[in-house]
Design a binder for this molecule. Structure first.
Ligand code: TMP
Length: 205
């Protein structure tokens, strides 16, 4: 049986690094795995990402944002996630629907039940087996991200990022079995060890 693992967290939490480390470890053990990220990956997803992250000159309402992320997601689930899980390839995904709930729901203030409903249509029943939340104080995360090109989300207010962080923590609290919350101020190596302990259990199941 294949597994679907997602990484979540606010800006600069280090999830992409940890997703890559986990992917490399699985590959080294010859466990079939695919590393992907949201939004993007598919041709449609890449077009949508360029609108969502880099088009500072056009207006995108919170509701339009909710749909755009889910346009990209629905294509990703259909084109990549479902077929790979069916052929027993494990998937590691850097962000998934919980990001939409945290950013568009808690961050932008859209109605949470609407967000979950739209997410659920795009997910087509594909729910993560494990979601790893790298939790970091917002100042620390934004500081880490300073060196990279700033997108539409990084330029949001402190309050926005704080709501996103709180939102992720609430989501994790509500579904403790699915989530693994890690203090992302720990060292890269320590975080990778915690993740591996949990993933190893999942593989052995
Ligand atoms: P990143 O993961 O490469 O940092 O970029 C993705 C950005 O898009 C990040 O700021 C979070 C944001 N985002 C949402 O607002 N909603 C979503 O559903 C997803 C997947 C990402």
């Amino acid at each position: 049986m294949s597994f679907f693992i997602t990484f979540e967290g606010g800006e600069g939490c280090g999830k992409s690094t940890q997703a890559r480390l986990l992917y490399k470890r699985l590959k080294k053990m010859s466990v079939p795995a695919l590393l992907i990220h949201e939004p993007g990956v598919t041709a449609l997803g890449k077009r949508v990402t360029s609108l969502l992250k880099w088009s500072q000159d056009i207006k995108i309402s919170p509701l339009a944002e909710l749909f755009l992320f889910n346009v990209s997601r629905s294509q990703l689930v259909t084109e990549v996630i479902k077929p790979n899980l069916e052929k027993e390839t494990n998937i590691i995904c850097d962000r998934y629907s919980d990001s939409t709930t945290a950013y568009q729901g808690y961050g932008r203030g859209l109605d949470l039940s609407d967000v979950k409903r739209v997410n659920s249509i795009a997910m087509q029943g594909v729910v993560p087996d494990l979601t790893i939340l790298l939790d970091v104080p917002i100042e620390k995360g934004l500081e880490r991200k300073k060196k990279v090109r700033t997108d539409r989300f990084q330029t949001q207010s402190r309050a926005f990022h704080q709501r996103v962080r709180n939102g992720f923590l609430k989501l994790a609290e509500a579904e403790i079995k699915r989530w693994l919350v890690i203090d992302a101020t720990k060292s890269k190596e320590a975080i990778a060890r915690i993740i591996w302990e949990r993933v190893n259990k999942l593989i052995k199941k």
